[in-house]
Structure formats: structure tokens, C-alpha cells
Design a protein around this ligand. Structure first.
Ligand code: IPE
Ligand code: IPE
Ligand code: MG
Length: 236
């Protein structure tokens, strides 16, 4: 049977800390190993012909973690953005981000900008990293921008509908995820893509993110192929 490849896959990469703790290692080791899974899964998605891959790397709420863990994560993103540039270019991947980059350390913003600019003309898979991202804040930011456009006369309140509203989200052109994968057996959304996940299929893996590899992604895609998407209508 030919599998249908979801056009947009979004992933909540969870369980780095648990993976490390179960091996009596520091949580930081889990994040390091998690970066290897990012590489493997990104490459595989590009190979399979996934159009867009959105990865949840750091939530607005993750600032509540100990300062040492947060600063390690920021250094890890910086390192990742530098080291993976070649891989991104070799795979013809266009790299973008969602979230509020303004409050990220300058050294992360700089590498983010560089990777985005360098890959801007690539024509393959779109890779979107959610970093300092929150679904509620995204909606509030959109509402605020729309209100400001009404105030300045650029928009009319009566024209607001779902399509116009979505033009105010961080990446207006991105399609809604077809498949949401979350690792580490956690059955919640944790403030990820609240607007865009309305009709996404959700699949949860019991594995922690550092051990999640190509064959596990395939399990998710197979599960997706067994789903019947109805979008509120009747099965066709
Ligand atoms: C996900 O793993 C990575 C980030 C949120 C940055 P966690 O760090 O949340 O791992 P657990 O949930 O504590 O095991
Ligand atoms: C969600 O994981 C955020 C990322 C994967 C970046 P968390 O580990 O922060 O989510 P909760 O706190 O368990 O809901
Ligand atoms: Mg977690």
C-alpha cells in the first residue's frame, strides 16, 4: 500500500529530561541527544517529500525553568543553527521561525537570521522552528496588529473572517499541520499552534525525543494513514 505522506508535520519534541534522568545523566545531556533526533527526523522528512516540518523547540513558558537549563538550551540552539547550515543547504531546506525572537539572546537571533537568509531561496521542504513560541501569544499578537490596522484605516472590522485573521499569524502562508506528533506519552498541546491545530490528526509516541528515529516517524505516518479525516462533514 502506498502511504500518503502528510504535507505538514508538526512535532512537540518532549521527554529530553526524562530520557537523561532515566540514565542518571543531567537533563542537559538529554537536550544534546535531542538535537541528534532533530537532524535524523528533518533529513527523513525532506527525503519523504514532506512539504513542511514545524518543530517546537522552546515555549514561552520554558523560561520558567532553572536559569542554567535555559542558558544551556540557548547555547544549544546557537550551536545547532551554525552546525546544521550545511545540512540545511544540502537538503535544499528553507528555514523559517515562529515565535517572538525579540527576547532571545542576541547570539541566537544573529544565527537565526543568518540561517533564514542563507536558505531563503531554497525550494525544498520548509522547516519552521518554534522558538520562544506560544499559541495564545500568537493570537494576541495577531489581534493587536489587526486592531492597529483598523485604527490606521488600513483594515475594516467588518472584513474580519478566519482567512483574514490568519494573515496576521506569524507565518501567514503556512498550511495547517496535517499530523501533530508528540513524544514521551504526553497527551496535551502545551500552547502549541492553537489556531492551526483545529483539525490536525494527533499521534503520541511513548518514546522520549532523544530516542525517536526514522522508523518511529514512519509509525506515526502509518497511524495517520489509518485515520479518517472528516473536517466536520460525513465520511466520503
Ligand atoms: C523537551 O524535553 C525539550 C524542551 C521543552 C526544550 P523536556 O525538557 O520537556 O523533557 P521532560 O518533559 O522534562 O522529560
Ligand atoms: C512543550 O514541552 C514545549 C517544547 C517541546 C518546546 P514542555 O515539556 O515544556 O510541556 P509541558 O510543560 O510538559 O506541558
Ligand atoms: Mg517536557
Amino acid at each position: 500500500m502506498d502511504l500518503e505522506i502528510p504535507r505538514h508535520i508538526a512535532i512537540i519534541m518532549d521527554g529530553n529530561g526524562r530520557w537523561a534522568e532515566s540514565r542518571r545523566q543531567s537533563r542537559i545531556r538529554g537536550h544534546e541527544q535531542g538535537a541528534k533526533s532533530v537532524r535524523a527526523i528533518t533529513r527523513e522528512c525532506a527525503r519523504l517529500g514532506v512539504e513542511q516540518l514545524t518543530l517546537y523547540a522552546f515555549s514561552n513558558e520554558n523560561w520558567k525553568r532553572p536559569r542554567t537549563e535555559v542558558s544551556f538550551l540557548m547555547r544549544l540552539y546557537q550551536r545547532y543553527l551554525i552546525q546544521e547550515r550545511k545540512e540545511i543547504m544540502d537538503n535544499n531546506i528553507r528555514f523559517i521561525n515562529i515565535g517572538r525572537p525579540e527576547v532571545l539572546p542576541q547570539y541566537v537571533r544573529k544565527e537565526l537570521r543568518k540561517t533564514i537568509e542563507m536558505s531563503a531561496d531554497n525550494t525544498g521542504m520548509l522547516m519552521c522552528v518554534a522558538i520562544n513560541y506560544g499559541g495564545r501569544v500568537e493570537i494576541v499578537d495577531a489581534a493587536r496588529q489587526f486592531a492597529s490596522d483598523v485604527k490606521s484605516g488600513k483594515q475594516n472590522v467588518d472584513d474580519l473572517d478566519e482567512e483574514l485573521f490568519s494573515q496576521y499569524l506569524y507565518q501567514p502562508d503556512m498550511r495547517d499541520p496535517d499530523l501533530l506528533i508528540r513524544t514521551a506519552d504526553e497527551m496535551r498541546i502545551s500552547n502549541f499552534l492553537l489556531w492551526q491545530l483545529s483539525y490536525s490528526e494527533i499521534w503520541v509516541s511513548p518514546l522520549c525525543w532523544p530516542e525517536f528515529r526514522e522508523e518511529h516517524l514512519m509509525e506515526g505516518i502509518e497511524a495517520y494513514n489509518r485515520r479518517i479525516r472528516k473536517f466536520g462533514a460525513l465520511k466520503t
